[in-house]
Design a protein around this ligand. Sequence first.
Ligand code: 4NP
Length: 155
Amino acid sequence: MNELSVLFVCLGNICRSPLAEGAFRAAAEEAGADIRASSAGTGSWHVGEPPDPRAIAVANANGVDISALRGRQVTAEDFLRFSHVIALDRENLAHLKRLRPKGGGAAELSLLLDHVPGREGEPVADPYFGEEDGFAETWDDVVAGTRALLTELAP
Ligand code: 4NP
């Protein structure tokens, strides 16, 4: 796989990873970098659903429209279809390590905030069960992570 392509993975694929997908796409477009981006969840509860209304709202407030995205569950094949698989927290990273096909899959697997100097190992906190203001923090985290990732991929 020569072409760069990024898959962001959280638990439900309705809060953190669609925000990361939206933030990364916006940053890549601004930088003129042609890198495919998508997102998925390790869980299946929200397959086919749009992002959480609070995620759509915080993205909108920052000029990014994620309303057309739909939830899907990550599969082992994703390790063949993407050059980079990026987990939003450690539980999702552990899940992805187990899912990765044995001896197959060229994708580089990492934690999003590992790409931000000084924030290695930090999770992007799950905002789903919290208040609306948690989504502003999620947005700030995914912007920091995706910008740093983009700088690595398209310096
Ligand atoms: P996400 O948030 O992983 O950032 O999309 C969640 C969304 C839904 C659930 C958990 C986390 N849930 O349990 O349904």
